[in-house]
Design a protein around this ligand. Structure first.
Ligand SMILES: C[S@@+](CC[C@H](N)C(=O)[O-])C[C@H]1O[C@@H](n2cnc3c(N)ncnc32)[C@H](O)[C@@H]1O
Length: 341
């Protein structure tokens, strides 16, 4: 409806829906966790059937499925008492090439949900309240909660898959032989580049609990011989490579920390080494909605932020690097190429 035709009731309803979306997203998370999409592969099922398969409470399972139907993920056949999937539910299926199953579980799981509740206090205090909500910063929290950490890395892979495909398609690796994904989670990005470029071998620099999973993931992709996981701390040192990838890492950190990561990359660069940063870009005219909402997560859970191009340039220059190219890809993401000054 055009803005000028809306009345007070419409605005009330819109804002009410924005507020209720928080509870709806937890229903989506529960539906993902109960693997409802996978169970319905075999045809319509009742809440009781799903509860038996998941060892969950049947009445409560029914209530969350009913909420799923209200959200458009399911349809309900009242005569048979069964639920069927809508095409939307397919996105919560673990086998879907465009799955958001892990993202649904991690993005609004305790590691983010608990600090998110303290957003107003964060803004008043001028710093995130993650330590108050989680007992430590979010990455240390993952170190102590391996199951959640595993889900978070899988979530990063879910969210990243389409961005990675597009980013990899615009990166010209030239004659490079080695590629290092700095803070590369399970190594999805490096895998995509290695798959597209037969001369490349890849590695992923990660915290110990993530690095330990990289080679298993690479084996699953048939790349066990070409990808290694390297345990390390990008604030201390970064191993040498011809190409460095830095995707969705700088937005987690304040400027001082970003300069430290970039300086460590710069120090290990060989002649001809290049860096490719993949991040959402905010613009002068205000952030795109995707970047502006992602920025909220950076606000309540990290010390970072989404940045504009001038901010990236300043970080690069301070670390002895310069931007050589900027390629816009999907959903306000860009690939920013850089080399040593
Ligand atoms: C937001 S995730 C991005 C993951 C991946 N690059 C992607 O785009 O899907 C940030 C990653 O940085 C890693 N990380 C955090 N602190 C680190 C450190 N000090 N050294 C190395 N990796 C770190 C985390 O484990 C996490 O996988």
């Amino acid at each position: 409806m055009p803005e000028d035709k809306k009345n007070e009731q419409d605005h009330f309803a819109e804002v009410y829906h924005l507020i209720m979306a928080a509870w709806g997203s937890q229903a989506v998370r529960a539906i993902a966790t109960l693997s409802v999409a996978e169970h319905l592969d075999s045809g319509p099922l009742s809440a009781q059937d799903i509860a038996e398969r998941e060892s969950s409470d049947p009445d409560m399972t029914y209530r969350v499925l009913r909420a799923g139907a209200a959200l458009g993920l399911l349809t309900y056949d009242a005569d048979r008492g069964t639920f069927s999937p809508t095409p939307m539910l397919g996105v919560l299926h673990g086998d879907s090439p465009t799955s958001l199953k892990s993202y649904a579980q991690a993005a609004i799981g305790p590691a983010f949900w608990l600090p998110a509740v303290l957003l107003p206090e964060t803004i008043t205090a001028g710093s995130n309240q993650a330590a108050q909500a989680l007992g430590s910063n979010v990455f240390e929290y993952f170190g102590k909660n391996p199951e959640e950490a595993q889900k978070f890395s899988a979530a990063m892979t879910d969210l990243s898959a389409p961005v990675i495909r597009e980013a990899a398609s615009v990166i010209d690796v030239g004659t490079a032989k080695t590629v290092l994904d700095v803070g590369g989670a399970h190594g999805a990005f490096v895998s995509e580049l290695v798959q597209r470029n037969q001369q490349l071998t890849g590695s992923v620099l990660e915290l110990a609990h993530v690095a330990a999973t990289v080679e298993d993931e690479a084996r699953k992709r048939g790349l066990g011989e070409r990808i290694t996981g390297v345990t390390g701390d990008f604030f201390k040192a970064v191993p040498a490579a011809d190409i460095y990838l830095l995707k969705h890492v700088l937005h987690n950190w304040d400027d001082v920390s970003c300069r430290s990561i970039l300086s460590n990359i710069r120090s290990s660069m060989r002649p001809g080494s290049r860096l490719f940063i993949v991040e959402m870009l905010v613009t002068d005219s205000g952030a795109s909605s995707g970047a502006a909402l992602m920025d909220m997560a950076m606000l309540f859970a990290t010390t970072g932020q989404e940045r504009d191009l001038a901010q990236f340039d300043a970080l690069l220059t301070a670390a002895g690097l310069r931007r050589t190219q900027t390629i816009s890809i999907r959903s306000s993401y860009s690939v920013i190429g850089a080399e040593a000054l």
